[in-house]
Design a protein. Sequence first.
Lengths: 452, 308
Amino acid sequence: MFDSLSSRLQTIFDRLGGRGRLTEDNIQEALREVRLALLEADVNFKVVRVFIERVREKAVGQDVLRSLTPGQQVVKVVHDELVELLGGSGHRLAAAAHPPTVVMLVGLQGSGKTTSAAKLARHFARQGQHPILAAADTYRPAAMEQLRTLGAQLDVPVVGAAGQTPLAICRAARDEAAARGLTPLILDTAGRLHIDEAMLDEVRAIKRELAPHHVLLVVDAMTGQDAVGVADKFNQAVGIDAVVLTKMDGDSRGGAALSVRHVTGRPIAFVGVGEKAEALEPFHPDRVASRILGMGDVLSLVEKAQQSVDQEKAQELVRKLREDAFTLEDFRDQLRQLRQMGPLDQIMGMLPLGKMLRGAPAELEGEQADLGRFDAIIASMTPGERRAPEVINGSRRQRIARGSGTTVQDVNRLLKQYAQLRKMMKQLKGMEGRLGKLGKLGGLPGFPMPRG
Amino acid sequence: MKFFSGLRDKLREGLRRSQEYLGGSLDTVLADERPIDDALWEELEELLIAADLGAPLAVDFVNRGREEVVFGTVTRAGQLRPLFRRFLADALAPVDRPLVLDARPSVVLMLGVNGSGKTTTCAKLAAALKRDGRHVILAAADTFRAAAIEQLEAWGQRVDVEVVRQAAGSDPAAVVFDALKAATARGADVLIVDTAGRLHTKSNLMDELAKLRRVIERQVPGAPHESLMVLDAPTGQNGFAQARTFNEAIGLTGVVLTKLDGTAKGGIAVRIVRELRLPVKLVGVGEKIDDLQPFDAAAFVDALVPEP
Ligand SMILES: Nc1nc2c(ncn2[C@@H]2O[C@H](COP(=O)(O)OP(=O)(O)OP(=O)(O)O)[C@@H](O)[C@H]2O)c(=O)[nH]1
Ligand SMILES: Nc1nc2c(ncn2[C@@H]2O[C@H](COP(=O)(O)OP(=O)(O)OP(=O)(O)O)[C@@H](O)[C@H]2O)c(=O)[nH]1
Ligand SMILES: [Mg+2]
Ligand SMILES: [Mg+2]
């Protein structure tokens, strides 16, 4: 539905013959589309209402930039406004004057508190600090074991024993942190509903006594309209300083980010992008704005591409794709470039058609490790084989495997991945037109894949 | 299903709580003396959207409401309430199917995205079936998440049901294989398999799940008898993509809608039922062992559009 909000808006403006200046009349219909896009992204309807008004005010009377069409102009206003409302990036969890710095995680059941606690511990440890975790969830079966397991993996101490109250555990953890000179102290609390007053009292009591420097609300990125009520209530009842948005590694559009930000006024400090302890990232409002609008993460893709794609090679690749002359050598170059940009599945996830291309990332997952082997395999091929891999039959495969010190399975895998990437490239080529428009908007460089 | 009898009130109570929280806004929107105008339609649409039905479905319902007004079958705002209740009931009705666990052993595969409530639901279901006099075994096939096995084991002890497990990090297919053997050997009635949470976009994890399914199929013909996707009620529009993808990859027999004791209404389930023809079979209304109910379409409609 959202492979291109901007092209849908453009259709509207084309029909209106709207040119020159954005007026109250000619953006009315466009704003309806924007509204639907935001609702589909799970932005709370009340937030959408306010947002649309702001966009209307900003957009009306604007001259359409020469480089843009009216549709693109509206998307640009919407996008800029989203970025502004999502707020500044990189909310740092500042260290307290008197250690330990105390960080408390709160949120609904299953939102990702315990996992995020471990991720934060790793984050701080990598900064050279010595964190300590408190397992203050005494309700969920094996909640303490969960945190203890994660702590052990990270070599971070975990305080908490069965039979104690959550408050007692937090106290003990603070004492231990002070005694051992450990900071920050990260409190993992039990999941609780925002309407469960008894459970809110518990967390309030912990807050009163431990006086955490940072109270983080952990919110699942897949949350729908309810995010507003949840965040508002936690903020009113407990008081929060920032938000951790988890499970952003899926394909949810993450509109909850805007809802939560709007209703609490608190920044989003971190984004969870996987189950493992390293899957924690700083929040980038521009990326989430693009994602909410369903434009994929075009802007960060652009950014990554700008950093790492050799422009000349990219142009060359574009030509080859157009002529369907993409060889194994190009494949090798491409893999190298992609590797510089980050794990392939992340790149694919950022593309608007990432969904359509699902399946490819897993196949290509081993690619990072395999690159050295791929180099060797391709080096063992004849120039003819590299240009026309179709000729590589069974006996040639054996020869190549022997020559490169790999196995026939490795050769097969490489050829399979090559074929797959080629297929992906063809699909991406189909997006050329649509992304071309966005390209103008964001000033896309000659990034090979989406523009192919 | 007799094992759930007498518990329906609890669901209603939970649902009532969420209505109170939203604060009778429907009463204002559909106050009988109110003229039926654009503002009313817009507010009505927003109410449906607020329940996570999704904009397309909300717009569709509202358009059908407008038609009734054009045809003259509806003339007062108050009449819209029964009308919308009917729309919802109609959307849910065709797939009102209960759990079917007649085979012996019956195998239930519990799956879904991370943190939705799979493990807890496995335990609740085991307890409910046990109360009903059935011999139940649980399989701890989430070998990935920290202490997932211990979590299920703790539940197993509480409800006094055997849990088949292996070491953390072992192959979930091997756990399932063992569990199926145990279930057959002990003449168990139901085997409930708890799987690791996974986002539907991760194809390697989806493949792993498909493999679990194949192991079950091979071992017990006709199984899994129920493949239930656990979805939590706060989930927004992404819930639809979840259901569609899990259904395509694994083949679902239904959905379990958890955490309905909060303020979220779980409206995305309506879209799942309507477009994918997948029934909601169970609902979770709390963290305790007996906080599981069969899905009751009428109660669900009541929660979305209450009777005055
Ligand atoms: N894919 C993905 N999964 C995540 C992320 N963060 C957490 N999870 C998973 O979500 C599930 C729930 O995470 P927990 O950390 O146990 O959540 P919690 O909030 O502590 O849960 P309760 O203590 O029961 O309230 C687990 O399966 C985690 O592995 C994330 O960023 N991405
Ligand atoms: N309020 C409420 N909480 C629930 C319900 N069902 C489960 N929970 C809670 O949600 C959290 C996650 O539940 P789990 O059963 O561990 O979820 P899961 O899907 O197995 O999680 P992963 O295995 O990590 O993917 C726990 O804190 C449960 O107590 C429910 O119906 N209502
Ligand atoms: Mg936890
Ligand atoms: Mg689980």
